[in-house]
Design a protein around this ligand. Structure first.
Ligand code: ATP
Length: 367
């Protein structure tokens, strides 16, 4: 029995009639981790979370908390707490009463409740808000109180169902960092579900990418970004340019392919099983593509690069994350990083540019 795991799911399935909402999902979460489940709307994230919390019964499979099966226990007998997007704080109670509610239900003494509420408010860095009404708190403070209300009960696992979804962008960016710090401080496993890849990548120790009820890949944010295992993960995690094409020639040095729009490209990354004539998808990250104005002296480069020429259609300025949209003569549109420092920072809309990226940065998957 894996005693060093806070949560394990074993071959979990859930069907609603003919619809298989969760399909053969298995994973183990080590003690004290930040684990995110990332996937598009309708992929089964909430259903999986509801099964872990006990609000939904699996069609088959097992759920273990700290190595013990809880699959047949009702929600109140599982040491799991859940924070919802809409937080579900009680508006008629002040903050301290909200946090104390679960402890009161457990029949704890007044003195213990007072001590534990003060302690958890200190830990979420809001020691002085106990007497305030929920309506007097900011959005970020309410988030922290919703977490405090769960953490005061000392759960084995805290489940968070898109808790930043209702916040404005700036506060969401701030709360990502706060949530990670809170998880670190409590040293309790957080399981976080989201469709926002940036939230998952920034906060998590490990991320499971979910698609159509299945886990496509589980890994560190770095592994998912740099070594996606499937075309879905390559397309869903981070931004990519994508082409569909055919293998023209496969040899020891890599795959020579032609895209649907007639472009020739070489990939030395992925699809080891591809053979001549196979259909493939190729993904290239915007930051892997270097851009030069055509009139500039062309940079010396190794022979192992793919090259294209095009015209800048738009400059998408966003500080360090700025991008260029470049359209080629045959109508392909590529997204590239916008070089802001050095000799090529003056690239503007309408400029002719040369794009190049290494064979190794063209990640290929068999379709
Ligand atoms: P979102 O991000 O939009 O909340 P999700 O990834 O959380 O989506 P789920 O809510 O788990 O997805 O839904 C997965 C699939 O199961 C969907 O097709 C949904 O319509 C279906 N589903 C969920 N709950 C039920 C139910 N009680 N009865 C029937 N179908 C359901």
């Amino acid at each position: 029995m894996p005693m060093n795991y806070d949560l394990s799911c074993v071959s979990l399935n859930k069907s609603f009639g003919d619809l298989e909402a969760v399909r053969d999902v298995s994973f183990d979460i080590p003690r004290g981790s930040f684990f995110s489940i990332l996937g598009p709307s309708g992929c089964g994230k909430t259903t999986l979370m509801r099964m872990i919390a006990g609000f939904e019964s699996p069609s088959s499979g097992d759920i273990q908390l700290k190595g013990k099966s809880v699959v047949s226990l009702p929600p109140n007998r599982r040491n799991v707490k859940m924070v919802f997007q809409h937080l579900a704080l009680f508006p008629m109670m002040d903050v301290a009463e909200n946090i104390a509610y679960g402890l009161r239900c457990q029949g704890k003494s007044k003195a213990e409740i007072k001590r534990r509420v003060a302690d958890v408010l200190e830990r979420v860095s809001l020691p002085d808000v106990g007497k305030k009404q929920v309506s007097q708190l900011s959005g970020g403070q309410r988030q922290r109180i919703a977490i405090a209300r769960c953490m005061v009960l000392d759960p084995d696992v805290l489940l968070l169902d898109e808790p930043l979804g209702a916040l404005d962008l700036k506060l969401r960016e701030h709360m990502k960092i706060e949530l990670k710090q809170l998880q670190d401080q409590f040293d309790t496993t957080f399981v976080y579900i989201t469709h926002d890849q940036s939230e998952a990548l920034v906060m998590s120790d490990h991320v499971a990418v979910m698609n159509q009820g299945r886990f496509e890949q589980v890994g560190t944010p770095q592994a998912l970004y740099h070594s996606p295992g499937t075309p879905f993960v390559a397309g869903f995690v981070g931004d990519s340019n994508r082409w569909n094409g055919w293998v023209i020639q496969r040899d020891a040095s890599g795959i020579q392919l032609e895209t649907e729009n007639g472009m020739s490209m070489v990939s030395t990354n992925g699809a080891p099983e591809a053979r001549n004539g196979d259909q493939v998808s190729v993904f290239v990250r915007p930051e892997a593509i270097s851009v030069q104005p055509i009139h500039a002296k062309q940079q010396q480069s190794s022979a192992q690069v793919n090259r294209l020429q095009g015209v800048v259609q738009s400059v998408l300025f966003n500080g360090a994350n700025s991008r260029l949209l470049v359209r080629t003569a045959d109508g392909q549109r590529l997204e590239t990083e916008y070089p802001q420092a050095g000799g090529h920072s003056g690239i503007n809309k309408g400029d002719s540019v040369q794009l190049q990226w290494s064979w190794q940065q063209s990640r290929c998957f068999l379709n």
